[in-house]
Design a protein around this ligand. Sequence first.
Ligand SMILES: Nc1nc2c(ncn2[C@@H]2O[C@H](COP(=O)(O)OP(=O)(O)OP(=O)(O)O)[C@@H](O)[C@H]2O)c(=O)[nH]1
Ligand SMILES: [Mg+2]
Length: 378
Amino acid sequence: MAIVAGLVVLGGVGAAVLGKARQAPPREAPPRRDDAPVAAPAPVEEAAGEVEAPEAPAPVEETAPAIETPSVETPEAVDHRFGRLRRRVGATFGQNLLAIFRRGSLTEDDWDELEETLLMADVGAGATDALLEDLRTRLKAEPDGNPRELLRAALLDVVDPALDRSLALGAAGDGELHSAIVVGVNGVGKTTTVGKLARVLVAEDRTVVLGAADTFRAAAADQLETWGSRVGVPVVRAHVDGADPASVAYEAADRARADAAEVLLVDTAGRLQNKQGLMDELGKIVRVVSKVSAPKEVLLVLDATTGQNGLTQARVFGQVAPLTGIVLTKLDGTAKGGIVLAVQRELGVPVKFVGLGEGADDLAPFDPEGFVDSLLGD
Ligand SMILES: Nc1nc2c(ncn2[C@@H]2O[C@H](COP(=O)(O)OP(=O)(O)OP(=O)(O)O)[C@@H](O)[C@H]2O)c(=O)[nH]1
Ligand SMILES: [Mg+2]
């Protein structure tokens, strides 16, 4: 995985991160006069297809990273996370399939049962058909083949191990700013994912800035700030409630550029008054961030427990900007988990990371083989 390959000195990561933080000059909050009226957020102007960067951006507050405090954490290295977390994959449908498959020569009833098992696990009609057809072909070619191996190969085919699942956010020290926007409906785990991804990047010795462009809920920025401060990552947020999210996203991009940071991660709202409003807003965020650094990643966060709804969500969000990857959260909280197969088959967008718990480092690069093995109970 390219992003993992970029991590050169595994053992020295913690020291490097802390060392870097100590060298950085302390950041000061922008001066503010107590008697000054709070300025209204500057609207982000849009002219026929062209978006101007806001001229007088909304006042933003920057959280100074906890530079000298010993509380700055060293996130867990990324490589072994899936291995550590794979026992938490709650999905068991692979084991159910295997039990049927081991009955020997399969009757039509057995095939129906296989189909039902897949559909019940949220695999979805398209991926279920593909998987069953693949299995029939494999069985014809190898009637005495090992059931587990045949099933494993068929499942892997659907998950598609050949997809590039690395984050397209460059490599440490490449001197460029790479930006990523994180989108998804409310409650799926966007803010948590931005926080966890910041830790992944810090573990890879990248310098990160977070943009709290969910101004719909004031608590969202606080939540993100907590994540950032734990690993010494600055968070740019609106000072006034209900500020223009695109304005905050632009400020965050601007700050990332001024700091020569390597990665900008932008958290967004999952709920607005209506769907069109949300989509318009996300489009605007993508366009203003592009003024500074065209987003290399538009990551859709999907909750694994919401099943087939995820596909609909992906289609809707995909209209705003081409999705470059899926982060599937709460895979620890579902016995189904077939959405992984459905998403890969129906959308062709790679699942890049999976959330397997509420712990700060419980986000792992998706490992197709490890996932299929967990499904099969290994
Ligand atoms: N078990 C588990 N819980 C998770 C995971 N990812 C996120 N969560 C939990 O899901 C809840 C919602 O997470 P948020 O990050 O606030 O979700 P959001 O999409 O930002 O929500 P809104 O900002 O309201 O749209 C929190 O309680 C998280 O701890 C995961 O992988 N596993
Ligand atoms: Mg949120």
